[in-house]
Design a protein around this ligand. Structure first.
Ligand SMILES: [Cu+2]
Length: 253
């Protein structure tokens, strides 16, 4: 009888533990928690890191002429972000994924730079390119005091076109299937973003230097996929070594 009594407060504690579930593991923790069936003996979790570069001439920064809601949208410079290249050729906003590690090995999106929030701020979508796990909710914010609109261009997922007036600060959307989706705002034609819905476990977006890092990748031979909105897709074979950092550098021309 006594052990049962001791259990009850413990159960109550769990039941009343703040309401929110604990955050999902990310990065290395997630990769290490589930040893995939095909992994090398003795663990074999590795990191894939490198840079995505553009060998062509560096495109000039192109300012966008703001024609509407000037007091909000014109308060800060807005630039074209279709092709953002750093001084040393680093390509920003390229999406790198490792195709192949079994989906069951790690939760979708684990090890990825997941940004499950999409902001409309200063009449610009932030981030410009985001990775979200298929089926997971994505919070869309209107941080401006003006009317925005979320308009998705998708084929596998049901497209939606929803007004987000200034008082509707947050709404939630969900993409069920893996697909790369362009998002626009019909109120401000220069506003454009990409949401990469993925069912892969290892996905990252390159930073301003073109650099990316994927932790918790099981050792093995895979295909690395790189996607960029303007430059398209590149595939490259990659052998991920157990216990060592595996370099992946991809150049667009
Ligand atoms: Cu807008």
């Amino acid at each position: 009888m006594k052990p049962l009594l001791l259990l009850i407060p413990a159960l109550l504690l769990i039941a009343c533990g703040g309401g929110a579930p604990p955050p999902p593991p990310a990065g290395e923790g997630a990769g290490a928690s589930g040893a995939p069936a095909g992994a090398a003996p003795g663990g074999g979790i590795s990191t894939v890191a490198g840079r995505i570069t553009f060998a062509g001439p560096r495109p000039p920064v192109e300012a966008i002429a703001i024609t509407k809601d000037l007091e909000v949208c014109g308060a800060h410079p807005v630039v074209n972000e279709e092709l953002v290249v750093g001084a040393d050729g680093g390509l920003q906003n390229a999406v790198v994924s490792i195709v192949g590690p079994p989906a069951a090995a790690t939760p979708a999106g684990a090890g990825a730079a997941i940004v499950p929030e999409l902001h409309q701020k200063g009449c610009v979508f932030r981030p410009h390119v985001s990775v979200v796990p298929a089926g997971a909710p994505v919070a869309v914010f209107n941080d401006d005091g003006v009317l925005h609109n979320i308009h998705t261009y998708s084929a596998l997922n049901k497209p939606f076109n929803r007004a987000q007036p200034r008082h509707l600060k947050r709404l939630e959307v969900r993409f069920e299937k893996a697909e790369t989706i362009r998002v626009a705002c019909d109120a401000h034609p220069w506003m454009s973003a990409w949401v990469v819905v993925t069912d892969q476990a290892h996905v990252a977006v390159s930073d301003a230097a073109g650099a990316f890092r994927l932790d918790g990748v099981p050792a093995g031979t895979y295909t690395a996929r790189v996607w960029h909105e303007k430059l398209g897709e590149k595939m490259q074979a990659i052998e991920v070594q157990a216990g060592a950092e595996t370099a992946l550098n991809v150049e667009y021309r």
